[in-house]
Design a protein around this ligand. Structure first.
Ligand code: SAH
Length: 348
């Protein structure tokens, strides 16, 4: 296959429509994944601890201005209950995620992390958005292992247009990721694919940025319009006079995953829930296109349906979600990994 080195060659792959060539891209990514990471699939239990958010991200259903959703914060006991479930399902790690909720006491997070680490052999990932450096440090000191902060798009102009910053503080997620690494976290970044205004070339640059940042975890998920947001109008995606707009399709997302695997053979890469929502067989396909991680959502259903970042049909309980995912992993000829699933760095 043509080597995807330059931005132009990556764009050519993203636009490629010959099924045989596309299959060669998938095959290469799958082989690299197998050689670097083997067949094991790591399961990370996702717990959505609060849907309060002070931000106004133009695509996100839990943005501050969306008054249609009731807001919730889980209690300490509720969070620890979910963690216990993750442990009994033999997951290797949990991810605590929320909107940017300024009313959560950072000491409360520190206590929850410390409690989890004392009680379970789990890795703890935090995904709480942009926070003061001293909070990141506090949580690290209390045992947090990883921080997940997607930069969504590396196109600064597009990024700024859809992410109004907090007052007095610019939103520079790439800089924050570097800072998190400095503090000692394993870092996870990622993008959405098909944001209105996002071009093929900009997505190609994002793939190179994954490699440049040497991310421990990376992801690409299709953008899914949410009707109660400024970007939620599906027709925005049809405004594409120059033909440069990258679609928000499952097919192009899978190609980005394969290319990301080629650029970052050892990174942990989940199949995003957005891909599983958007594409039939999204989890299975994601595993065939370079992914080695799935993040089953273990938030109680009554809260999960309120954490509606994009429209989603949610009615399955934790065991159903888990059993469905376990069957898919088996169908893919893969196994469920044991242990926390830290990033493997060959040669170290
Ligand atoms: N507040 C945290 C978590 C945000 S929600 C933070 O800012 O990091 C987690 C991820 O969901 C986001 O990073 C984004 O990539 C994705 N997301 C949000 N809205 C979406 C949408 N409409 N379509 C697809 N993915 C979306």
């Amino acid at each position: 296959m043509r080597n995807p080195e330059t931005i132009e060659s990556i764009v050519a792959w993203l636009r490629e429509d010959d099924p045989e060539k596309i299959e060669s891209l998938r095959g290469r990514a799958d082989e690299l994944r197998r050689d670097a990471l083997g067949g094991a699939v790591h399961l990370r239990g996702l717990i959505e601890i609060s849907n309060y958010c002070v931000r106004q991200c133009a695509y996100c259903g839990i943005r501050a201005a969306n008054s249609k959703i009731p807001r919730y914060r889980m209690t300490r006991d509720e969070v620890l209950d979910c963690v216990g479930k993750a442990d009994s399902l033999k997951y290797g790690s949990v991810v605590l995620q929320s909107g940017e909720d300024d009313k959560i006491d950072p000491e409360w997070i520190a206590d929850v992390v410390r409690t989890i680490k004392a009680k379970y052999p789990l890795a703890v990932t935090l995904s709480l958005g942009e926070c003061p450096t001293e909070h990141y440090r506090l949580w690290k000191e209390n045992g947090a292992d990883r921080y997940l902060l997607k930069f969504e798009t590396g196109d600064i102009e597009l990024y700024n247009r859809i992410h109004p910053p907090r007052s007095g503080r610019p939103s520079d997620r790439v800089a924050i990721l570097r800072e998190l690494r400095e503090i000692g976290y394993q870092i996870g970044g990622g993008i959405m694919v098909g944001l209105p205004g996002q071009t093929y070339a900009s997505a190609a640059r994002d793939i190179k940025l994954f490699a440049e940042l040497d991310l421990d975890m990376l992801s690409a998920g299709p953008y899914i319009p949410h009707p109660d947001t400024p970007l939620g109008d599906e027709f925005l995606l049809d405004k594409n006079p120059t033909g440069d707009q990258i679609p928000n399709s499952g097919a192009v997302t899978l190609k980005i995953m394969a290319l990301a695997r080629i650029f970052c053979p050892q990174a942990n890469m989940p199949v995003t829930t957005a891909l599983a929502t958007k594409a039939t067989d999204g989890y299975l396909e994601g595993l065939r296109w370079g992914a080695n991680v799935i993040m089953p959502n273990i938030t109680p259903v009554k809260y999960r349906r309120l954490y509606e970042i994009y429209p989603d049909a949610i009615n399955k309980d934790v065991e159903d979600v888990h059993n469905g995912i376990a069957r898919i992993i088996e169908k893919a000829g893969r196994t469920i990994a044991a242990g926390p699933g830290h990033r493997i760095v060959k040669g170290e």
